[in-house]
Design a protein around this ligand. Structure first.
Ligand SMILES: CC(C)(COP(=O)([O-])OP(=O)([O-])OC[C@H]1O[C@@H](n2cnc3c(N)ncnc32)[C@H](O)[C@@H]1OP(=O)([O-])[O-])[C@@H](O)C(=O)NCCC(=O)NCCSC(=O)C[C@@](C)(O)CC(=O)[O-]
Length: 309
C-alpha cells in the first residue's frame, strides 16, 4: 500500500477548537495561539467564524482576532461564513479562504444553521460567487457525513448529493467531516468515495472528531485512499455547539506523530506544536487531549527531574 509522501494539515483549533468554550477566551489568547501554530510550521489555520454571536458567542471577536494576527505570506488564514452577512463582514478582515458549511443530515442543518440543506445551498451560492470574484479560495465543509446526532447513520448517497450541490455552486475544495466522531474506517471510506463522485482527490480533505477514539484510524483509511489534506485541532480542542457530547477533532500532535513515524512529511515541528498545545491548555486550565503531547510532556518532565538531581 502506498501513502502520500507529504500531508497538509489545517489546524482548526482557534475556530472549531474554541467555539464551544463556555468562558470567553480573550482575543489576545486566540491571536497568540495562531502565532504559535504558524511558528510550529502550520501552513493553514482556521482562525474564526463570521456567524451570529447569538448562536456562537465565543466567535464574536472575529474581526478583532483577524486584525491582530501578524500574517505570514506562506500561511493561509481561513474563516467560516454561513451567509452574505457573514461574508461581507469577513471580507473586511482579508481572509485567504472562506468556508461555507453544510450538512448531509437535514436535522443537523436545521439545528446548526437554521435552514434546510436546499436553503443552505441557496444561501451559499452568492457567498461562493462573491468570494471567487474577489479571488478568495472557497472551501466547503460537509458535516455529519457518517453519522448525525439527531438522525443516526447517514448513507453515502446523501454525502454524494451534498457534494454535488457544493460542486454545482462553485465550491473549490470539500471537507468530509465526521462531526460526532462515530465513524469507523470503512464508513469513512464510503463517505469519501461518495465525495469523489464530484470532487478531485486533490480537492478533498478529512475532518475527523475523536469522540469514539477512531479518528487516527479514520485518518489512516483516508490516507490509504490518497487523501493528503486533513483538518486537525491542536491539543484535540473542540466540539460543535450543535452536536452535544461530541469531542474535539483529532489532535494535531497525534496526527503529526503518526505521519512522521510513517515517513510522511508535514513541515511541522512537533516540539513547537506541543508547546502551542500546552499554551492553550494552560489557558483553559485543563490537560491536553493529545495522547502524544501527554507522553512527550511526561518524558520532558522526567528528563528535567533527572537533570535536577
Ligand atoms: C447561520 C445563522 C446566522 C442563521 O441564523 P438565522 O437566525 O436563521 O439568521 P437570520 O438571517 O434570520 O438572522 C437572525 C439574526 O442573526 C444575525 N445574523 C445573521 N447572519 C449573521 C452573521 N453571519 N453574522 C452575524 N450576525 C448574523 C442577523 O443580523 C439577525 O440579527 P438580529 O436582527 O436578530 O439582531 C445562524 O444559524 C448561525 O450563526 N449559525 C452558526 C452555527 C455555527 O457556527 N456552528 C458551528 C460551526 S459548524 C461546525 O463546527 C462543523 C464543522 C464545520 O467544523 C465541520 C464538522 O465537524 O461537522
Amino acid at each position: 500500500m502506498s501513502y502520500p509522501t507529504r500531508v497538509k494539515l489545517v489546524d482548526v483549533g482557534p475556530r472549531d477548537g474554541l467555539q464551544n468554550e463556555k468562558q470567553p477566551v480573550p482575543a489576545a489568547v486566540k491571536i497568540e495561539l495562531v502565532h504559535r501554530l504558524q511558528a510550529a510550521g502550520l501552513k493553514e489555520i482556521e482562525v474564526t467564524s463570521f456567524v451570529s454571536p447569538k448562536w456562537v458567542p465565543q466567535m464574536g471577536d472575529n474581526a478583532e482576532v483577524m486584525a491582530g494576527i501578524e500574517r505570514r505570506a506562506d500561511v493561509r488564514y481561513s474563516v467560516l461564513t454561513p451567509n452574505m452577512k457573514g461574508f461581507e463582514a469577513a471580507v473586511l478582515s482579508r481572509p485567504d479562504e472562506i468556508v461555507v458549511f453544510g450538512a448531509a443530515s437535514e436535522a443537523f442543518s436545521q439545528k446548526n444553521i437554521n435552514c434546510s440543506i436546499a436553503e443552505s445551498i441557496e444561501r451559499f451560492a452568492p457567498v461562493v460567487a462573491a468570494a471567487r470574484a474577489a479571488g478568495i479560495h472557497v472551501r466547503g465543509a460537509m458535516s455529519c457525513t457518517v453519522g448525525c446526532p439527531y438522525e443516526g447513520e447517514i448513507a453515502p448517497e446523501r454525502v454524494a448529493y451534498l457534494a454535488g450541490l457544493m460542486k454545482g455552486i462553485g465550491v473549490q475544495h470539500i471537507g468530509v467531516a465526521d462531526t460526532i466522531g462515530v465513524g469507523t474506517p470503512i464508513k469513512v471510506r464510503k463517505a469519501i468515495e461518495a465525495t469523489l463522485q464530484h470532487f478531485d482527490l486533490n480537492d478533498v480533505s478529512g475532518h475527523f472528531h475523536d469522540t469514539y477514539g477512531q479518528a487516527l484510524s479514520n485518518t489512516l483509511a483516508a490516507l490509504a485512499m490518497g487523501v493528503w489534506q486533513f483538518d486537525t485541532s491542536v491539543a484535540g480542542l473542540g466540539g460543535c455547539p450543535y452536536a452535544k457530547g461530541a469531542t474535539g477533532n483529532v489532535a494535531t500532535e497525534d496526527v503529526v506523530y503518526m505521519l512522521h513515524g510513517m515517513g510522511i512529511d508535514t513541515g511541522i515541528d512537533l516540539d513547537q506544536l506541543i508547546d502551542a498545545g500546552q499554551f492553550i491548555s494552560d489557558h483553559l486550565g485543563r490537560p491536553t487531549q493529545s495522547r502524544v503531547a501527554k507522553a512527550i510532556l511526561a518524558k520532558r518532565a522526567s528528563s528535567a527531574a533527572c537533570e535536577a538531581v
